[in-house]
Design a binder for this molecule. Sequence first.
Ligand code: TRP
Length: 329
Amino acid sequence: MKLPLVATLPADSVAAARAELIADVRAGLGHPGPKTLPPKYLYDDVGSALFEAISRLPEYGLTRADERILRSAAPHIVGRLELPVLVAELGSGSGRKTRWILQALARRQETTYFPIDISAAALAQCERELGRLPGVRWIGLERDYSSGVAEVVARRGRDQRVLVLFLGSTIGNFERTEADAFLRQLRRALAPGDALLLGTDLEKPIARLLPAYDDPGGSTAAFNRNLLVRMNRELGADFDPARFEHEVRWSAAERRIEIRLRATSAQRVRIPAADLEVTFAAGEALWTENSHKYAEHEAVEIARRTGFRCEGEWVDREWPFAESLLIAH
Ligand code: TRP
């Protein structure tokens, strides 16, 4: 029996991940001024499961749009790649959408697929979903993006290209300037001819966008509040999640959805592991995420700015969303 391999975090990286969380909590909550935490902390095992639920909400059309594109365009996308390629996916989550690309690739080559995710539970679900596809070797990497990509690049054979999948508009969770910096850094880790399949959620009427991030059943609010509960679980904090409101706004200037947790009353929170006591004024916000929206073909300019060229773009019309194939030059 072929045993699929999950490269879990070594013990010293578990400690390093905790130290990073503590440092980010201190940096984001420990000073006067706006409170904020990096969105990646939303995705612990519980958060990843809650996001899986969000992706099935009727109001949140993004994931289904992405999957429709990948299902119908996978053979065309694969047809534009130089083969053979190793596949690395940034933030695989459950991996459900990725099946279409892997199946199209497996018809052309023996395919090795490295999902890279900081959640072990998400990787386990990805393995159930994609671990046994014929012609696909599944190697999960429990890593953050940059160390995961470095590891995949180090494993490439002499004639192999690398295809990086960055689906689902995760890029939109960076500030626009940070997104460019992230893609430039990714480009530096790659070689000319390597490819990046980049998902971007496109601008659409606010009346459709707001409910996607604030569903009536409260799944998205629970996902957002899980960040507080996570600090309670992992850092011994005493946040009362019921005293924080899930808030969603559209910023026309930044072309993004802004997500916050707003304190409904003045409160003091202890975070022992970070050696921190944080006070919230009534109405004060903790900024948890931005979700930038893009113009059609904006990926062409993003590519130009970051060391890639855009080789093709596929767009879903039902929920405007684009997948763009960028080639490193
Ligand atoms: N990357 C997803 C997005 O921007 C994540 C997401 C969906 C999200 N709903 C959310 C993040 C609510 C925070 C809060 O669409």
